[in-house]
Structures are given as C-alpha cells and as structure tokens.
Design a protein around this ligand. Structure first.
Ligand SMILES: [Zn+2]
Length: 263
C-alpha cells in the first residue's frame, strides 16, 4: 500500500476549502479515502455563521471516522450520518435551509480484503485503475450535463438547480442527498489504484484537455500528485486569455486536491 495526498489552495491568501484524508486501520488490508470540495458561496447571505473550511473539516472528519468505524454501513449511509452530525453542530445557530448553507462535493472510497466501495457526489472525480492498466472515471455528471446557459445566473442556479430535482446535488445539511450519490462496489482484485481529485485538479483533463483520465493517472503515478497540480497551475498562468475562455465565470485558480492510493 502506498498513498499520496496533495491539497493546494487556489490562492495563497485564501483558505483551502478542499478537505482530504486517508484512513488506514492498524490491522488488515482495509482503508478509506475522503475528498471534499467546499463550495465557495457568492458574496451575500449563506444563513450560516461559519466558514466553508469549518464545514469541510467537520464533514470530512466525520466521514473519515465513520467510514472506518462502521464497516458494515454503506458509504451512502456513512455520508448520510456525517451530514446529519455536521448539521447538528450548527442547527441551532444557522439557517440550514438556505440554498447556500455550507456544502461540498464528495469522493469516497473504502477497501477491504474483498471489495472496493465508492461514492461520488457532484463534480469531484474518482479514478479506478484495473490490473490490466485500464482506467475508469467514476463521475456524477449531473452538473456537467446541464447546459451552460442554465448556469449563467447564480440566483437561478440556487432557485432551480442546486439540490433540486433535475439539477445537481451537494452534501449540505440534508442527509437524504446521500441517496443521490453515484455509488457501487468493485471486487478488490479489479482495482490496482485509486485516485480522487477535486475539480481544481481535474481541470487538466476536463478544462484544458491535456489528456484523458488514463493520461492523468499516469502523470500522478509517474511524476506525483503535486506534479499534476503544478501542471494545472502552469496552464492557468501561461495562457490567461485561453484559460478565461475555458473557465468562463470560474475562478482562475481553484483549490486542487489529489489523493492517490496504490492498493
Ligand atoms: Zn453554521
């Protein structure tokens, strides 16, 4: 087992709103990885006294603990419990029904001697490499399938699409959203490597088109997770005009996280 974890803020003067962890129990061959991308709210009310890092630290901490301590509970069940626990930490002080209550995308994986379980919610990615070197991207593509015109107005997105039927879902304050996640179980023998990435890192594939998912995993394996993030930063800086055209209203540099686990 070899793991690598890199998480870089988009800007050095702003807190990193991503969260990443790897949990490896002292015995056995099992483990779990957690990657969250906290959603940056627009200026204005969120109904919450707390910061996005406050939220991702609590949700990520709960996911790490519960994935390890509740091996018989599915990852969707683990996510539901972690959302509920985090919501209870600020239900009395904050309006958790606000569409911009702190929220995050989620990529989870948990492995045992026999199985690899996965869960993906919103636009973080989980890459799975098989024993033959084939790479499969496990994605929740609801957000990617929405027309860009539907995403032009933040107010419209919040009113019609964010955590709404026919739109896309994030881990916010409603445990029921866990049932919306893309989940599955693979035989452990079918998985050689896992990599979880936030969208600040998947830009290398999805925004800049520098390669496919297999190429992306090759960069991580051969040059390291940090090298992938550095390549993204280079692309963002080296051609600002091209970058803006690709990124539209997105941030020039986003928090970027890569967790790589060779099982
Ligand atoms: Zn709060």
């Amino acid at each position: 087992m070899r793991t690598e974890l890199v998480s870089e803020p988009g800007r050095p003067d702003r807190p990193n709103e991503d969260f990443a962890s790897v949990g490896l129990p002292a015995s056995g061959r099992g483990g779990a990885l957690v990657v969250l991308d906290g959603v940056t709210p627009p200026r204005g009310a969120t109904g919450c006294l707390h910061s996005v890092p406050w939220f991702t630290a609590r949700l990520g901490g709960a996911l790490t603990e519960l994935a390890a301590s509740l091996p018989d509970v599915s990852l969707a069940g683990v996510l539901a419990r972690a959302i509920a626990r985090t919501a209870s930490a600020h239900a009395e002080t904050c309006d958790l029904s606000h569409p911009r209550t702190p929220q995050a995308t989620v990529a989870l994986a948990r492995w045992s001697d026999s199985w690899v379980e996965y869960l993906v919610l919103c636009d973080s990615a989980l890459l799975v490499e098989g024993p033959d070197g084939g790479v499969r991207a496990l994605l929740d593509d609801r957000l990617a399938r929405l027309p860009r015109s539907a995403l032009a107005s933040e107010a419209e997105v919040d009113a019609r699409l964010r955590n709404k039927e026919g739109g896309f879902f994030t881990a916010a304050a409603d445990p029921a959203v866990a049932a919306r996640a893309v989940t599955g179980v693979l035989p452990r023998a079918a998985v050689r490597t896992l990599a979880a990435l936030t969208d600040g890192a998947t830009r290398w594939v999805e925004t800049f088109g520098e390669g496919d998912w297999a190429d992306c995993l090759s960069v991580i394996r051969e040059e390291g997770a940090r090298a992938l993030v550095e390549r993204v930063r280079h692309l963002e800086r080296s051609d600002a005009a091209r970058s803006r055209a690709f990124l539209g209203r997105s941030k020039t540099h986003d928090d970027a996280t890569v967790v790589h686990a060779e099982l």
